[in-house]
Design a protein around this ligand. Structure first.
Ligand code: C2E
Ligand code: CA
Ligand code: CA
Length: 282
């Protein structure tokens, strides 16, 4: 929808108008999927990807994720957006056939109930996609209105083979409690800890404790936001298994991602042995 800006009016569209546009974007081609590789530190191979949404608004240009996520949450658009994303991801997996690797989608905890979980399982089954090829990332920084419903839905998905990851781990109000309440195959440690750890002893200590805790419980650790060899060296030394960050690739188009995984087996990570940095892993 085009809005005419009056002289002196704010440069951004009013909330409701932008929400209308988001609804419209869902029906047109303004929403795009981008894929960001997840790489195993040990083998240096791509082991999956997180699929993120990009919204290219015809007038305002690229709308940041923070902006459209809060818009979708306040206007009840998270469910239709996530269903649309699920369909696209399943289509991608169908086309990938034998070369398919696990793809992760973000699901807001407040839309994930039993009915939603059953829909996910039926969609996978109808397309003949093995459930382990889908990963669900649940952010723990969103307050959950019904923890029992969420836990039951996640148990159902996990029992059929869908992998569950706790996203932005370490940033929420109830980080440790989440690990008790809901089933998880892995945690994704928030980029703030990863990026501050080489510089700040307190952040390094928190990062080390989170990785040790996850390893002790037996869940996979993904470190997000790894941009430098220094950060990579540190998370490797502290015992993380997987990284996701600009060091191995920014979020990219599906074609670019397909080319990347089909390329002959080159390392998706720089060699940490070549690092000029000395990282203190205390
Ligand atoms: P997230 O789930 O933690 O996704 C990772 C975000 O970190 C992405 O930002 C990604 O582009 C960014 N990132 C990855 N590696 C690096 C790095 O090395 N350095 C830096 N500085 N950033 C890095 P993006 O795409 O802007 O998404 C922001 C948030 O918006 C996501 O955080 C997620 O919470 C939400 N989001 C994005 N797509 C979806 C979606 O389809 N559904 C839902 N519910 N939320 C989404
Ligand atoms: Ca995520
Ligand atoms: Ca995250």
């Amino acid at each position: 929808m085009k809005t005419q800006r009056k002289k002196g009016a704010p440069a951004v569209q009013p909330h409701d108008s932008l929400a209308y546009d988001l609804r419209l974007a869902l029906m047109t081609q303004q929403l795009q999927l981008v894929f960001q590789p997840k790489v195993c530190i040990q083998t240096q191979q791509i082991v999956g990807a997180e699929v993120l949404l990009r919204w290219q608004h015809p007038v305002e240009g690229l709308i940041s994720a923070d902006r459209w996520v809060s818009l979708a949450e306040t206007h009840n658009l998270m469910r239709p957006l996530t269903l649309w994303l699920l369909d696209k991801v399943v289509q991608y997996l169908e086309n990938a056939n034998d070369s398919a690797i696990p793809l992760a989608i973000n699901v807001s905890p407040n839309i994930l109930d039993g009915a939603f979980a059953i829909h996910i399982l039926k969609t996978l089954s109808a397309a003949g996609i093995a459930p382990h090829l889908l990963e669900i990332e649940i952010t723990e920084s969103t307050p959950v209105s019904n923890m029992t419903n969420l836990a039951n839905a996640l148990h159902l998905l996990q029992s059929r083979g869908v992998k569950i990851y706790l996203d932005d781990f370490g940033t929420g109000y109830s980080t440790m409690q989440y690990l008790v309440d809901v089933p998880a195959d892995g945690i994704k440690i928030d980029k703030r800890f990863v990026q501050q750890a080489p510089l700040l002893p307190a952040a390094r200590l928190i990062l080390r404790s989170l990785i040790e805790l996850a390893n002790e419980i037996g869940v996979t650790v993904v470190c997000e936001g790894v941009e430098t060899i220094e950060q990579l060296t540190l998370v490797k030394r502290l015992g993380a298994q997987i990284i996701q960050g600009y060091i191995s690739g920014k979020p990219m188009s599906s074609d670019a991602f397909t080319n990347m995984i089909e390329a002959p087996s080159v390392s998706a990570l720089p060699d940490t042995q070549l690092s000029l940095y000395k990282v203190q892993a205390s």
